[in-house]
Design a protein around this ligand. Structure first.
Ligand code: AMP
Length: 248
């Protein structure tokens, strides 16, 4: 595996198909499942690792977001990734940067309502990464269903030449969806937040009693999902279950 710290270092050959997996690092099995899907379908697999400041609001966890590049480099190498692209903030947002992608309706509900600017930051960084890497396919997790929906909508609306692939949510044995943010949870918080997958599975909001709930709502994301966001201690977690149709 090659490390590319700048877009010049990407140096992708024009031959063969390229699969891109955009990530913020702190890899877990959810990330690795996307790397494997990309590995199975492309000649070259690029993983971007960029903790995108534009998708964090003031007072959110940008500063304490888990970062462990040594471990990530090892795990990506073991998963058969060809290039790990770790751009600096300046490369993604050069001085006087002022162009943003706003997916209007889809970007306003649920996460958009509770994290203003978050999905604008996601759509913008994804378009920028697509332009730098020029992948044939890009891989996203169903875990972040609204993110996948927003990226698909942007690609359709702006005729971005990339195929969006969405892979199923990977869960721990106890049902909790894997997330880099699970590292913030104390054992007690982790036990309490198991109510989240259970409530979604049972379609029963009442099971979230005692947790702070941002939303527990159905959304028409192709596929339709029941999505929820909860807060426990200082940690905010999201999850969803597919209500119909296929993941891909
Ligand atoms: P992140 O590094 O958290 O921004 O996630 C990078 C990609 O991995 C996104 O497309 C996420 O949807 C996906 N992802 C995160 N957690 C999971 C999971 N538990 N299962 C499947 N995909 C996931």
């Amino acid at each position: 595996m090659r490390l590319a710290r700048t877009s010049e270092e990407l140096r992708l050959s024009p031959q063969g198909s390229v699969g891109l997996v955009p990530t913020m690092g702190a890899f877990h099995e959810g990330h690795l499942s996307l790397f494997r899907a990309a590995r199975a379908e492309n000649d070259v697999v690029v993983v971007s690792l960029f903790v995108n400041p534009a998708q964090f609001g003031p007072g959110e966890d940008f500063d304490r977001y888990p970062r462990d590049q040594e471990r990530d480099i090892r795990l990506a190498g073991e998963a058969g990734v060809d290039v790990l692209y770790t751009p600096a903030v300046d490369e993604i947002y050069p001085p006087r940067f002022q162009t943003w992608v706003e997916v209007e309706e889809l970007g306003r509900i649920l996460e958009g309502e509770h994290r203003p600017g978050h999905l604008r930051g996601v759509a913008t960084v994804c378009l920028k990464l697509f332009n730098l890497v020029r992948p044939d396919r890009a891989y996203f997790g169903q875990k972040d269903a609204q993110q996948a929906a927003v990226v698909k909508q942007m690609v359709r609306d702006l005729a971005v030449p990339v195929e969006i692939r969405v892979c199923p949510t990977v869960r721990d044995e106890d049902g909790l969806a894997l997330s880099s943010r699970n590292a913030y949870l104390s054992p007690e918080e982790r036990a309490a937040v198991l109510a989240l997958p259970r409530a979604l599975q049972a379609h029963d909001r009442a099971l979230l009693n005692g947790l702070e709930v941002d939303y527990f709502e159905e959304a028409d994301f192709e596929p339709r999902v029941l999505a929820a966001a909860v807060r426990v201690g200082g940690t905010r977690l999201i999850d969803n279950v597919v209500l119909e149709g296929e993941n891909r």
